[in-house]
Design a protein around this ligand. Structure first.
Ligand code: ZN
Length: 239
């Protein structure tokens, strides 16, 4: 019986290990999705900034086009000055040209302002692109790490499953069955240690007579409270 309990105890440890690997496996897709999300947000942010710069560039080109049209207009008006016959007409021409020139100088200022904005945005953009590059690199590294961990976990998983199989065959099938049933009902724990006269599964005290029995580890003793199979590993821990 003692050997059987030892084997069962090892089986329990393997099952707990497998359980935590399974939890990790369930977590992977979520983690991957989170990383994808971060990547997407970063790329979208950059894209938006680029679009803003592009729209300002477009505005600048429009204004410049308009300005050159207006400058053409001035030239034409100035060319027609020679045809002017009266002083009144001449004055009218002059003030017309003056008005266009004023409008043009306002537009020139607007163009300068837009160019300034573009310059600032481009500076921001290049900084942001640098930052995003760092973030994306980090995301990529995390992704790689996660993938490597998945591979490692998968390997451990199959090794442990193999070990579990061998172990199960060494334990009486009746005992394995009992253990499996308890494990199913008791959150994955069928065999549990007793420490300081307390069941480590339900944390209820084990009666003294039973505690003596458990310490011998040579009979199947179950917790009167949670029904789990009790195991004594106190000796090896105190050594
Ligand atoms: Zn218990």
């Amino acid at each position: 019986m003692k050997d059987q309990l030892e084997l069962l105890w090892e089986l329990q440890k393997i099952d707990l290990g497998l359980k935590s690997i399974k939890d990790e496996k369930d977590r992977y897709p979520k983690e991957m999705k989170k990383l994808d999300e971060r990547q997407k947000v970063e790329n979208e942010r950059i894209q938006k900034e680029k679009e803003k710069v592009e729209s300002l560039e477009k505005m600048r080109r429009q204004k410049e086009g308009q300005l050159s049209l207006e400058q053409e207009k001035i030239k034409r008006s100035e060319g027609r000055m020679s045809e002017v016959k009266t002083n009144k007409e001449y004055q009218a021409f002059l003030s017309e040209i003056e008005a266009i020139k004023e409008a043009n100088s306002r537009m020139e200022e607007e163009i300068l302002q837009v160019m300034g904005e573009i310059e600032d945005l481009k500076k921001d953009l290049s900084k942001r692109e640098k930052d995003a590059g760092i973030t994306l690199e980090k995301v990529e590294a995390e992704r790689k790490e996660l993938q490597e961990k998945m591979v490692r976990d998968e390997k451990v998983w199959s090794e442990q499953m193999e070990r579990r199989k061998t172990l199960s065959q060494q334990i009486e099938s009746k005992l394995v069955k009992l253990y499996d049933t308890l494990k199913e009902k008791r959150h994955g724990v069928g065999v549990v240690a007793v420490k300081q006269e307390t069941c480590q599964g339900c944390f209820v005290n084990v009666p003294p007579q039973l505690f003596i029995e458990v310490q011998k580890n040579n009979a199947l003793v179950r917790c009167p409270h949670c029904n789990r199979i009790l195991f004594w590993e106190g000796d090896r821990n105190s050594k």
